[in-house]
Ligand binder design. Structure first.
Ligand SMILES: [Zn+2]
Length: 98
């Protein structure tokens, strides 16, 4: 079982039922840069094996777990950080990974 720190995301825009974006790819950290890009399916599979994913706020240094989440608008499988996430450690605030 491994723990993966998510340091970036890539979002896809969806226009149904209205224009919004949800996370489709996440990047996790190794020593420097992105060690791996994960699709949502890969993250879900890893979670099913017992792996955990989290974000760590740059300012708060607070570790927040990331969970499976169905997009409330289009029901697509995506991810979000725990509801108690502070402003700087939410998935939505991470930079876009290349
Ligand atoms: Zn959506």
């Amino acid at each position: 079982m491994a723990q993966h720190r998510i340091i970036g995301t890539r979002r896809e825009t969806c226009d149904t039922p209205r224009v919004h974006a949800h996370v489709v790819i996440v990047g996790t950290e190794k020593s420097s840069g992105y060690s791996k890009l994960w699709t949502i399916t890969q993250v879900y599979n890893a979670m099913d094996q017992g792996d955990t994913f989290y974000t760590c706020g740059e300012k708060s240094q607070k570790i927040v777990a990331v969970h499976k989440y169905s997009c409330p608008l289009c029901a697509e499988k995506t991810l979000r950080s725990a509801p108690e996430a502070g402003t700087d450690d939410n998935l939505d605030n991470l930079p876009t990974c290349q």
